[in-house]
Design a protein around this ligand. Sequence first.
Ligand code: ADP
Length: 470
Amino acid sequence: MSLSKILRLPSTLALRLALWYAVIFTISSFGAFLVFNLLITSGLRERTDKELLTEVSELSSHLVFGGLAAVELDIIHDAESSGVDRMFLRLLSPDGEALVSSNMSSWKNIAINRTALNSLNTGASHVFETLTLPQRQYKVRILYGIIGPGKILQMGKSLEDDERFIEASREKFVILMAALTVFGGLIGWFMARRALLGVEEVTQTAEDISKGAIERRVPLRARGAEIDRLATAFNNMLERIHALICGMREITDNIAHDLRSPITRIRGVAEMTLTSGKSVGEYENMAANTIEECDRLLEMIETMLAISELEAGAGSLAMGEVDMAGVVEDACELFQPLAEDKGLTIVTEVPTSSRVYGDIQKLQRLVANLLDNAIKYTPHEGNVTVSIDGDEAQVLLLVKDTGVGISGDDLANVFERFYRCDPSRSGAGVGLGLSLVMAIVRSHGGEVAVTSSPGKGSTFTVSLPRNPLS
Ligand code: ADP
């Protein structure tokens, strides 16, 4: 995305982030300035105090070696060289009487601090004070120091240079800060925009999809791990939803198709009987036909409801201890006449008992569906073998037949709703039997698999945990 586009896009979150960034930046810069200002002020004060103390020690040694006359000359000379309106020096007696002083014309109202004198008289070597004088714009730093016996030096220095320096640096800092805050805000906004571009793309994609472009996906770019992960997760979610929608669409189409055929047949028979039927026998035929078709429809609807209920959760199961060996034997006995009619042999290889924790009715239905299919898709003189195996943790139920088998392409789909392999389409059944098997097995925490060789037979293997709750 081009820079101009990034800059043009309005984004409340980006703006808020940028403002936060600018505010935090300004506050921390202001804090840094306060610390900097404090350090500068105390550094300058320290330097001034050092200068004043040096002057005291110099005058003190001049007093020793040159006497009062030398000190007087120094006082006048030092004040003039610094500027008489910037500095004054005054020699005082211990009780505050002025002995010698520099040009005091600019310092007329300067008082003598009696407390400072008392401190010096009681042992202090020097005393500092800072005065704000009404007639002067800048503060004055005063030092009282003893330079010899009975000689106190009062010395004042205008803090004009220091204060001007601090003021100037403050002004520069404010200008610099204002510029940096604006710049920082812009940078923050730009960075936030860049970081949120991925989110913008996800939003845009979601909006496009809600307008109907269900094929749209978020373009994947290297934008930073979090956004990339969001985009990938979003795309995966869309793929999943898309697959679900397609699956549902297919199921709806299948339902519509499977409902239409029997209803069309019922209508056709009814119409024919109405237009050409004359005898009671023909009407009885129509009624029987209708009942048969209705039963088929009801069975289909009932199976679909059972699958949905099982897929919705295990709450619909009436769990209890079930002997799978007994279930298999009962089912084989039930299907024996059907098998005999087709000339098939059912072989059961089950232990005396094999217990699982499950819903007996659902498990009976599972075995019946597999057995029904095995008989249905095995031609005359074939064999169907139902066996139970397993260990302490799980039961393995195997339903093996020597029937028509399932081709490789169909194997992957046989458990899908309404899926029927081509050769079976004309025969009885709606393609829900194995979907129900799958739903029952899954609701019991198990797995079902199929292996098959076309023309040779198929084996369905169901593994059920003995206790799905453990
Ligand atoms: P149907 O009502 O068609 O039997 P199912 O869901 O039970 O529906 O099975 C789906 C399809 O799988 C069947 O139409 C059939 O083609 C195939 N099938 C299922 N069991 C067997 C089997 N034992 N041998 C061969 N094909 C089978």
